[in-house]
Write a protein that binds this ligand. Structure first.
Ligand code: SF4
Length: 229
């Protein structure tokens, strides 16, 4: 199956951005990284609650995190889903990497060439290419396409890009399509990230997409191939 045309992709993003208002998002690089690591398989509401507790009891600088007592970290981590002890070690690693970078991660990233800034972000736990793109985009350090898992699922089901053999390959193909089809501005990439994510969470759900209620059903490859209704 070929990728959809540039105008199809722009139409999809334009239609979704009319439906979903952009969610308020963090913009500090270290906070974005901590947000990714604050819990395991928890929803945004619980994630926000834990993040607020972390901010209150620990603080949000690298040195705050690095010197926090393990007992406090573990107490917070226990409410963030499975593998609390692993999460504590990840938080400690976040504190150490951030402190080594000078404790002002935004300034450290801005001082580096983009390739090295990206490499520094990927030193943090659980941050691969999707996480690095997200941090660079949402923090305003670089204007580039980014997707999280909900948005990627929407793009694949719509047939915006053909399914590849791995998540990483799917991700790289999808951001390449967004880059080729979109407007090369932070505003457009932020809109695409936010609207695709919202659609994946609300309608194009992982196990049971609500195709009957979907405004994109007429152009969706998943509906055509699966006979969803
Ligand atoms: S029609 Fe169904 S599969 Fe296609 S984007 Fe909408 S919810 Fe997802």
């Amino acid at each position: 199956m070929a990728c959809k045309s540039v105008s199809d992709v722009r139409t999809v993003i334009a239609r979704l951005t009319r439906i979903y208002r952009p969610a308020r998002a963090l913009s500090e690089p270290l906070q974005l990284i901590l947000w990714e690591n604050i819990g395991y398989l928890i929803d945004d509401e619980r994630r926000a609650t834990l993040f607020a507790e972390f901010k209150e009891r620990v603080g949000l600088t690298g040195s705050d995190i690095a010197r926090a007592p393990r007992s406090v970290l573990l107490d917070i981590a226990k409410r963030g889903g499975m593998n609390a002890a692993t999460r504590v070690e990840r938080w400690r690693a976040i504190g150490e990497v951030a402190t080594a970078a000078g404790d002002d991660l935004r300034a450290a990233l801005r001082a580096l060439p983009l390739r090295k800034a990206r490499a520094l972000i990927k030193k943090f736990p659980a941050i691969g290419d999707p996480g690095a793109d997200k941090v660079l985009l949402l923090s305003g350090i670089d204007s580039r396409p980014a997707l999280e898992s909900n948005g990627l699922r929407v793009m694949l089901r719509l047939g915006i890009c053909p399914e590849q053999r791995s998540y990483a390959a799917n991700y790289h193909a999808a951001v390449a399509v967004l880059k080729a089809a979109g407007k090369p501005t932070r505003k457009w990439y932020m809109s695409a990230y936010s609207a695709l994510r919202a659609h994946g969470q609300a309608v194009c759900k992982r196990s049971s997409p609500l195709c009957v209620a979907c405004p994109l059903d007429a152009i969706c490859a998943h509906v055509r191939l699966s006979g969803a209704y």
